[in-house]
Design a protein around this ligand. Sequence first.
Ligand code: 3HC
Length: 316
Amino acid sequence: MENQNLLEKFQRYVDAENKIEAKDWMPDGYRKTLIRQMAQHAHSEVVGMLPEGNWISRAPSLRRKAILISKVQDEAGHGLYLYSACETLGVDRSTLIDELLCGKAKYSSIFNYPTLSWADIGAIGWLVDGAAIVNQVSLQRTSYGPYSRAMVRICKEESFHQRQGYEIMIALAKNGNAAQKKMAQEAFNRWWWPALMMFGPSDANSPNSAQNMAWKIKRHSNDELRQKFVDMTVPQAEYVGLTIPDKDLKWNEETGHYAFGEIDWTEFNEVVKGNGPCNKQRLQTRNAAHEKGTWVREAAMAYAQKQSERQKVSAA
Ligand code: 3HC
């Protein structure tokens, strides 16, 4: 009975658009689904550094190299905000990271595709960060306080990521020579459908959505956000002269939205299961980086230990 009263009180509090904080009572299921989603979000930010990191040494100019370095650094910071926000739910980040390294944890399907040309870096910034912005702007209103505040900070940086990507596509697709236009169109063809898959399965096949919407963790459904992204991105593609790789794409005057073709859910499920083009490579690289960074973690822990001993001595 007591638990039922607590659940009803919690739901009323969330329905009144209050933020849940770490110290508040929350249903075990609320905590569990938040750790699941926030951990995957954090993993996505960190693994997302890898496809773009490959192009830092190959950027076509110093200006582009500097922009890409700062973007990749931002993603690392987003991962850290999200691991810290996740730890407020009582889980240790080393546990989460171990689950990623051993292949148990999920991260966004989009990061398992290769970056074959410089135009892919433009397509990632424009489409992947563009899709992330649509999703994360909605998540700024999530009911869990630490997650919502992390999103506000991340969204500010994400818009720079999207703009620099779109600027690359303007340079190549709109102002480029024939070879550059071709490179931009090929990259767009490669990234368009995987970007739509980022929003998750269709609403009818989304097991977490109903409860997460009831708890106001998720404020819009997967299909709503996907549609918003398509409606926003098609005019941008047309402006730079790119052809959308979807013969069924059609503006529907009645609904005020673009109708688009069927997503290849077999591909999506295969990539999520670990059988995408780069899943194995991404995990190998992530494990190697973790291994190489052992000395940094040990030095930071030793320094923290020393500091706390010094504080104990000076407090005595
Ligand atoms: N890649 C991998 N797994 C995915 C996925 C994707 N694109 N979309 C959904 N899934 C998984 C879910 O995690 C869930 O599996 P689980 O129950 O084992 O965790 C299953 O597929 C069913 O999906 P649901 O729709 O039921 O799951 P959710 O309600 O969690 O919705 C989501 C999925 C919309 C991705 C939601 O988790 C979410 O909003 N997450 C936060 C945003 C995020 O993680 N974005 C990833 C990209 S981050 C990024 O782009 C960084 C930027 O800087 C570039």
